[in-house]
Design a protein around this ligand. Sequence first.
Ligand code: SF4
Length: 897
Amino acid sequence: MGRPAYNPNMVDFSAEGLTDELDAWLATDGLVLAASERAARALTTSYHQRRRDAGLTAWAAPRIVYWQQFLRQCWQERTHDARLVLSALQEQTLWASLVGAERQLATALEGPRARMGKLAMEAHALLCAYATEQLAAPLRAGWQADQASFSRWLEQFDARCANEQLLSSARLPLELLRLLEAENAAPRPPLLLVGFDRLQPTQRRLLTAWGQWHEAAAGPRAASVHFYEAEDEATELAACARWCRERLNANPEARLMVIAQNLERRRGVIERGFLRHCGGGFEFSLGVPLSQTTLVRGVQRLLRWLRQPMDEHEVDWLISTGQTASSNAESAALALRMKRLRRRDRERARWTLDDFVRERCDTPAPEDWVKRLLAARALLNEQSAKQTPLAWSELVPRLLAAAGWPGARPFSSSEYQNHRGLLQALETAAALGFDGQRIDWFSYLSILNRVLHETLFAAESAGAPILIAGPTETAGLAADGIWFLGATEEGWPATAPPHPLLPIAVLREAQMPHALPKLDWALGEAITRRLLSSSPEVHFSYARQKDGVEARASRLVTQQASAPQPLPAQWHVATDAKPLTVLFEDRSRIPFPPQNATGGSSLLTNQSQCPFKAFTTVRLDARGWQPAEAGLTAKQRGTLLHAVLHSVWSGAPHGIRTQEELLAITDHRAFAAKHVERVFADHLPPASQQMPRRYLELEQKRLARLVAEWLDLDATRAPFTVVDVESDSLPKIGTLALKMKLDRIDRLKDDSLLIVDYKSGEVSPKSWDLPRPEDAQLPLYASFGVPPDEVLGGLVFAKVRTGQCEFAGRVGDARETLLPSLSAAKDIAKHPLTAEMLMDWRDAITKLARDFVEGRAEVDPRQYPQTCAYCELHALCRIGENRALLEEDSDAEEIDA
Ligand code: SF4
């Protein structure tokens, strides 16, 4: 008989009359038994389609069931057994609790315990399917190490199931077998098996006990079979996607299957490849964990936040989804609050709900939102500390409703399905309390999270013409064309290590999967043959290069199909093809109106680094996002250092102004410590309230040491006086006035001025080099900030770094006016400040200001990719998409040079 198409629109390619055999079988009271739910669904759909095509308006439902459904139905029909048949998650939980009861270090945490529980459940299922005699404990007496542990858990599992009236679904075939053997030999409907790549020994025994059965005959071998070799995986995927597009263009009704292994891992790559080379029209057989969908992830975070602090980026994400906001205005107000908190230096690494609501800021959280969230929290707090999972599951929808979830936006179709999945997951989590245990809220959340992680969500089939599936998932399905990706020697037939909880002798004796290479080969061969008879056209392919390693063609496919051939030219796409982005040079310019610009000197620095950066930061107020840290951030530490040095040099009553005063201080460390203490009392950021006191004390000591080290250097300088600290100035360049603040201005012994900029990181005066300075602050002040009656003696970075305090910059005569001990070989001594330099800077600064005012805003990084590495505007400028073109430009420049 013919295989059902996975989609009812598929044209049945099978030999004439084979489909009729299915109909004849069903007409004579036979039962069709499919290997999987998907295959049973496809068989049923195609059966109905044939009736409709024949013009019928009513017909009997076909008797088509899948294996698990068959077992359950037959068992329930034959017994009034009160035992609860465990779901997969219930059984895994039971195994995990047995594993955890041994209190081994390796399974002390929930994650490893759940994983070991799953392994134990799989080992038990293998014994039930292949080696039932080993279920008797005495036969396992000689098992060693991990296998002995499993044997012990299995005994406990059997005892728990007996005491608590539970039944593993892996035991269902054995229970049914017992019932069938004890039953009077009443005639049972004959079975026609579809899509079984491999029959396990227990399945065979059960089918034999049932009576008459046979497997559906394979369809005819495909008329067109090819095996291709591609250079790499990207080329292979592109060829497959192009083949799909070509087939669908020729016949829009065609139904195609793409087979790929490790779909869970490769799903993103395949999706991108198909979107690029085929367009749409495809769907995956395998879903994604429900916990990865936006709607459900929002629920998980919201439920957690009611009791636990949440990372700042998670709070931010939750707000951005709008799942807790009753309107767009409320959503925008929450986002604005988050932004303001950050701009006011009130970011935190973790936020409790209370902190987020109460933190002072000029943009409070919307009142209604606060009421709802606190009401939900109050509802949770009213509950007893420990409840059954059922009671917690019933509470969750009430908590969500109280919090106003899912917000103002109606569900999309896929969100609606996510929601249904969530409700089912709540039921599953409730059912995990089958043993009557009472647990606290966090234990319940961890169970719910596990259920959401284990539940795969696949949006309902939209009847897409291309199905992308794993090799075993296609059992019982047919298509107009099949393409099998990844047919390498290592990849196909698929191999895996033998099960670690079962002795290798038992595995081999029972011929369990992966016990011997020949077993993997036999299964791979069966699947390959099945694929070859599931479509008139079958293509296999493999990539010669995989993860940078040379790969060989699958021997199995070579044997079953042919030796690999190069990809046909029409499907071959060069993987270094140019991006789809089309560059469009926007020459329009919107002049900046005459006014003070925000951003100070950084405006010109940005204009020099990349005109687009200046435009977006100053005119669109776009800013990057500095994640909060558990301790002080680098920026906060820098601010504290500036504040301490400002306090030191701000004159009476606490500070000093001249080098003479500095020399009179005998203990620079104690002097610095006092200023640090004062600054820490007044200038610590609000987030420091959450930081440990000891950490702040250590920070204080570190800073005092560092400032003292700098004062030691200042003490060795040529005589100087501090003229001003943190001085405001408003240099004007044409119509552009820039507010700027200078760290410090000294008067040197020759009466000239020295501009000082404190830096705690690595900096160099090379950053002032023309034509595009990397940092324009000091050149700007040197060109436009010095009063006309003053002389500029130099501009320097004061590099305040532990063990490496020094000056770097340009000074008229550095050894004479700045630091007599300076080596003549030092850059600052070798390259003095000159009048030409000042004139060049003036011209460059004037040009940058003019470009900004004229609205020059092109995406033009000063040095790609270095300039972009620390810029946070990638999402706006889309530099990533244009990267290849920029690289091409720089290659061309190198060649020209
Ligand atoms: S990421 Fe690069 S190209 Fe984009 S704005 Fe920043 S500097 Fe310019």
